[in-house]
Design a protein around this ligand. Structure first.
Ligand code: BGC
Length: 752
């Protein structure tokens, strides 16, 4: 009996071990403990620096076998040199894994992820990741730190721009699409790369929207609302996971047994490798949970394999092994997981297989890739207002293009476009000139600075001059704008945020337009000319005055390399806007966190005006300014009443829900038909609505299409207080409509 138990014990250890090919196993067998620890070390020589520490003596370390991977170096030549050092000069010649933040495109830049999510087009999103992988792999890269799938419901948090908005269901679909796009289904194809889902976990729920801040959340919320997109990426086969900077339950994520051992490895069965975020191990010292040796041992002990930049593993793991704080088998396993990733990538066959100068010169920023980027950008724009159908514009007359973002190449790509070259980006004024053609006279004035505040500009300009304070005074800028405006038939005001007013470490307490830009809009409005506001932004903004006083508002996020052309395509109607918000736009910053899938209170107030002893504010409404799912088109759509095939469903039978959608406009256009469900009575309070399905359809003028959804038991499952995944029989509301507020409702019942 005892023997059998021992046998079982050993088999379980053996089966838990990552299996390597005979060739790689043979190399592994020759490795010293120092070389194994070296594989766990990820360094950056300084290309992408998001923290205070930069790796030192990089070449020496690579020669000594003290480096497993490198990231953040731009340019195929440099990347190749690094690989050469590892392969030719280290004792065992183990190739490096070479990573990069390829976030929304590599060199051909697509809209920022939040914008991309507003396309609600999974094929398109997948294709952007595919194209990014094609460019990046030709440039010598093989591992991207994407997708970022952190749910966020706080627009103050600058990194909301890097994610897919507030909804777990939509976020999960996007996570899958991105992983498929980067990784394809075959790593032997040298145009695919490893993806890395991040930041595990819950980084988007930082208190007060302040970056890196504490996260504290119930497990029920975590399982139902925040974990699903990470899980979706794991289910889609993502090869690696990145930790997050925040604490959770008072434990820094990079030292969280709960997150990495219990959830990621045991519950979800993840067998790829885990990398920390930038110096996240060292930051545990600041979090107050130990010295470098302790926190490094903690990270390894919770199953983290690779240490980004901080070198805590490199400096302390051997000592911890001698002191008995970590086991050799844990070091071995972390090393094996990293070797496995390199094996999957084919690096042991050919360490240079990802350098393809010929393909790079043909594909990177090719006409074909740029044309696709232009299409994607247009599809990401959300038309928030279009009074009297002022848009699209005619290609005649005089147009005044005014605003600090109209001619600002530096700001077109958006945050985290590390390998993007902003000099290759098309500005709005260039796009307008190109698309409008000869028949339109274009006048231009800057009108105002993005901000007049030099101190604010200094902070935002960490990566370059995004906010350029004009030598001319604000009064002169404004005067010039008014002269131009008064000559024109219509004003296109291009305003908003600089690219790095969102992104990492770019939290904002005020999420409205900067005062000088608002002043500009107010002055323009007094001219009485129609104004189309084109908004550049990496986060939802408060736009109350604008929503009342502008004739049209087109939210264009940061559209990337071809953003300026795409703006013009939409303004002049060559493209019809079809984006829908994936994040609520608050009416006031005081409503945050704001999201559509709230729980009911015991004292709800669904009306417009505040009532005593009801859940509302005395001074602002409960509702957002623009809700989740919202967006206008140049066409209009009619929804027929929905038809349910049955009112009862069970674990063996489902309900088909049908609705006919008709294009009642005179333009071909897309509509996103959205399905929401509410579990009316359950063992715990459930959200008043949750997105459960959507279909993006294209309709010619007058065309009508039937859209069908299936309601089944799996769709209404949730995690209960004991964190068991259950579906509970009873009453459900099924809702269909064009956004999260304009919904038709029907009842359905889940039978026992
Ligand atoms: C960010 C990560 C990024 C890493 C490497 C960190 O500061 O949080 O998202 O992948 O830097 O650039």
């Amino acid at each position: 009996m005892k023997h059998i138990l021992y046998l079982l014990f050993f088999t379980s250890i053996l089966s838990a071990q990552t299996t390597l090919s005979p060739k790689v196993e043979a190399i592994y067998q020759q490795m010293t403990i120092d070389e194994k620890i070296g594989q766990l070390n990820l360094i950056t020589p300084g290309g992408t620096v998001t923290g205070e520490v930069v790796s030192k003596n990089v070449n020496e370390k690579m020669k000594n076998g003290q480096v497993g991977g490198i990231f953040g170096i731009r340019g195929a030549k440099k990347v190749r040199q690094a690989q050469q050092i590892a392969v030719d000069s280290s004792r065992l010649g183990i190739p490096l894994i070479i990573g990069m933040d390829v976030i929304h495109g590599h060199q051909t830049i697509f809209p920022i992820p939040l914008g991309l999510s507003c396309t609600w087009n999974m094929d398109l999103i997948e294709k952007t990741a595919r194209q990014a992988a094609r460019e990046a792999t030709a440039d010598g890269l093989m591992w991207t730190f994407s997708p970022m799938v952190d749910i966020s419901r706080d627009p103050r948090w600058g990194r909301i721009s890097e994610g897919n908005g507030e909804d777990p269901y939509l976020g999960s679909q996007i996570a899958k699409a991105m992983v498929r796009g980067y990784q394809g289904d075959d790593f032997t194809d040298p145009t695919t790369m490893l993806a890395c889902v991040k930041h595990f976990a819950l980084y988007g729920a930082a208190e007060g929207g302040r970056d890196y801040n504490t996260v504290d959340m119930s497990k029920v919320r975590m399982y139902n609302e925040y974990l699903p997109p990470y899980k979706a990426a794991i289910d889609a086969g993502v090869a690696s996971v990145m930790t997050s900077f925040n604490v959770l339950d008072y434990v820094p994520a990079s030292g969280s047994k709960f997150l990495f051992r219990d959830v990621l490895r045991d519950e979800w069965g993840f067998d790829g490798f885990v990398v920390t975020d930038y110096t996240a191990i060292n930051e545990m010292i600041e979090h107050g949970v130990g010295n470098l040796q302790t926190v490094s041992a903690t990270a390894l002990n919770v199953d983290i394999d690779m240490d980004m930049v901080g070198e805590g593993f490199l400096m302390t793991l051997k000592e911890s092994l001698e002191d008995g704080f970590v086991t050799e088998s844990d070091i071995n396993e972390a090393c094996r997981r990293i070797l496995k990733a390199k094996e999957l990538l084919g690096l042991f066959e050919d360490p240079y297989r990802y350098f393809d100068e010929e393909r790079a010169s043909k594909e990177i920023l090719s006409d074909e890739f740029r044309a696709f980027a232009r299409e994607v950008a247009a599809e990401s724009f959300v038309l928030l207002k279009n009074e009297d159908d002022i848009l699209p514009l005619e290609k005649t007359g005089k147009i005044a293009v005014i605003g600090p973002l109209a001619d600002s190449r530096r700001n077109m790509l958006g945050t985290w476009s590390v390998s993007g070259d902003h000099s290759k980006a098309v500005t709005v004024i260039e796009g307008i000139r190109e698309v409008a053609g000869e028949g339109v006279e274009i006048l231009y004035a800057k009108g105002s600075n993005i901000s007049d505040d030099p101190e604010f500009a200094r902070k935002v300009n960490a990566f370059g001059p995004e906010i350029v304070i004009d030598e001319r005074s604000s009064a002169i800028l404004l005067e010039e704008a008014l002269i131009v405006a008064n000559q024109a038939d219509v004003i296109v005001a291009v305003v908003g945020e600089a690219a790095d007013m969102s992104g990492e470490s770019s939290s904002m307490a005020n999420i409205g337009l900067q005062p000088e830009q608002l002043e500009l809009l107010k002055a323009l409005e007094k001219t009485g000319k129609p104004i189309i506001m084109v908004l550049y932004n990496g986060r939802p903004m408060t736009l109350n005055w604008e929503s009342e006083n502008m004739d049209a508002i087109l939210d264009v996020w940061f559209g990337g390399t071809e953003g300026g052309n795409a703006v013009a395509d939409v303004l002049f109607g060559d493209k019809v806007p079809g984006g829908r918000l994936t994040t609520s736009f608050p009416f006031h910053v005081g409503q945050i966190p704001i999201y559509y899938s709230m729980l009911n209170t015991g004292r709800p107030n669904f009306g417009e005006t505040a009532q005593k002893f009801r859940s509302n504010y005395l001074d602002i409404p409960n509702q957002p300014l623009y809700p989740f799912g919202y967006g206008l088109s140049y066409a209009t759509f009619d929804y027929s009443p929905m038809v349910l095939s049955d009112t009862l469903f069970s674990n063996t039978s489902d309900i088909k829900v049908n609705v006919n959608v008709k294009n009642t406009g005179d333009r071909e256009a897309t509509e996103v038909v959205q399905l929401y469900v509410r579990d009316v009575v359950a063992s715990i309070s459930r959200p008043m609505k949750e997105l459960k399905g959507f279909q993006k359809i294209r309709l010619a003028p007058g065309e009508e299409k039937q859209v069908e959804f299936t309601i089944d038991q799996s769709m209404v499952e949730f995690y209960n207080v004991d964190l068991e995944k259950v579906s509970e029989p009873g009453l459900f509301e099924v809702m269909i409509g064009p956004d999260s507020q304009r919904l038709e409702r029907r009842n359905a019942i889940l039978k026992k």
